[in-house]
Design a protein around this ligand. Sequence first.
Ligand code: NAP
Length: 259
Amino acid sequence: MTVPTVTLPLPDGSTAEMPMIGFGTWRTRGDEAYTATRAALDAGYRHIDTATMYDNEAEVGRALRDSGVPREDVFITTKLLSEDAGREKQALTGSLRKLGVQQVDLWLIHWPPGGLAAPEVWRELIGAQDHGFVRSIGVSNYSPEQIDELTDATGRPPVVDQVPWSPARHDAALLADLRARNVVVEGYGPIKRTPMSAPALLEIAARHGKTPAQVVLRWHLQHRIVIIPKSVRPERIAENIDLFGFALTDAEMQTLDKL
Ligand SMILES: NC(=O)c1ccc[n+]([C@@H]2O[C@H](COP(=O)([O-])OP(=O)(O)OC[C@H]3O[C@@H](n4cnc5c(N)ncnc54)[C@H](OP(=O)(O)O)[C@@H]3O)[C@@H](O)[C@H]2O)c1
């Protein structure tokens, strides 16, 4: 299965490819996190989303090693706990050790520390990138204005903003604002934040012979929003990456934009 990618610019002028479908791992821990991540890698996911906060980096790392999928084939994101502001190096060392990797593909500030942009924390992410411990750096739950603050302070813009997204909270203006800054939008909570039994959604799903979840996820992809759906059930894990071979029409996209 070939999952499309988005291209992330790197400071040296080269680029990195980020698969548009990743596997979300929030609220899975221990054996469940290990088993679900193995199932995701078996199902073809080559992008995993974890965080220091999720307390599952060790299981994600073990699942990756045991899967036999080469490290370089998998895009790994982890996130700095906002409470670890001031202890960024220790936090990253811990993440790399638990994951069992020398570099993560993307390191995000999980939330604006204390609700603020925190350029001093962003400088630490830049340092980690310059030292090669992380390939790309970005933020999560940041507003466009907070992103501007980081860029203005350092000259290095975040390349990704991971924010809540779903048809029910589609915000075309925010999408445009982030894209105007060359920030890739990564949406979280696509399924959880959608009224899955909305008649319009059920009707579109029936028309395509797909599940409502597949329609919602496909809607994100057609908006060029990176998705990281989470499930611990192998059949859903497979379903959530099986999004090709059908396309929503412009009219269906507009219906879902207003869901
Ligand atoms: N940066 C942040 O602040 C932030 C915040 C929240 C989430 N995230 C990331 O985004 C990922 C996704 O968000 P999320 O986990 O909150 O929500 P989500 O992926 O939208 O939804 C997960 C829920 O939907 C169920 N589900 C999964 N596939 C389904 C399907 N095909 N049909 C019906 N139900 C399905 C899951 O249950 P089962 O597991 O029982 O299948 C689970 O209860 C997280 O795992 C995490 O990696 C980031």
